[in-house]
Write a new protein. Sequence first.
Length: 230
Amino acid sequence: MFAAHRVGLGAPILEKWLCGEKIKSQLRPLLVPSFLVGILIAVISMLPNFSVFHPNRQLSHQEAVTISESPDGAKLAEKLGRFSDVRPLTSTSLTVLYLNAAIRGELISRLFLLSIIALIFAKITRSPTGTASNRVLFSAVISIAAIGAITHAVWQTAITKIISSSLGAITVVHDPFWAVIARALLQTVPGAVGFGWLYIRHGIESAILSAFVASVVAHLFFLLVVVRFV
C-alpha cells in the first residue's frame, strides 16, 4: 500500500469503508466497467483453445493415446496422481477457488508489483510524491503484461520438458514457436492490461471483481461453447 499511495493508487473503497465512510456512491461507477472488462477478457482467454493455435492437435491426440497405453505413460500418470486432488469440485468450491485466485492474483500483480514498478518509473521521471502521470502508470501496466507473458511461456516450456523427460523414448509433439507465443500472449496480456487499467482508474477492488467475473464467465463459456464446438 505504501508504494501504491506514493503514485496515487490503492484500495479507495476499502479504505473509506474502514474509516466508516459510505461507499455506495463509489461502488456503482466501477460495476459496469468491471463486468464488461471481465467478460471481454474471459472471451479472449478462450481463443487459445481454438484449432488455429493448435496446428498439431490431431497428432497430439494420437500421441496422447499412445502415451496413455505405454508403460512410461502409466508411470507419468502415477507421478501426476500424487499431486491431484480426488475431491469433486462443486459450484461452491469453484466459486471460492475463483474468488481466492482473483484476490491473491490482483493483490500480488497489481497492488504490489504494478505499484512498485510505477513507483520506480515515477522516481526515474521525478514525478511529485502522491501522483504519477498516465504514461508512468500505463508503462507499469505494460511491464507487468510483458513479465506475465514471459513467465507463462517459460513455465509452459519447462512443463513440456519435464513431461518429455518422464516419457523416455516416446516423442512428444511440439507446436510451432509462433503458436506457443500466441497462446501465451492471449492468456496473459489482455488480463494484465484490462485489470491494470481498472486498478488505475477505479482501485484494486475493481480489478479483483473483474478478475473474479472473468474466471466465472470463462468457465461457463468453456462448458457451453468450447467443449462442444472446438
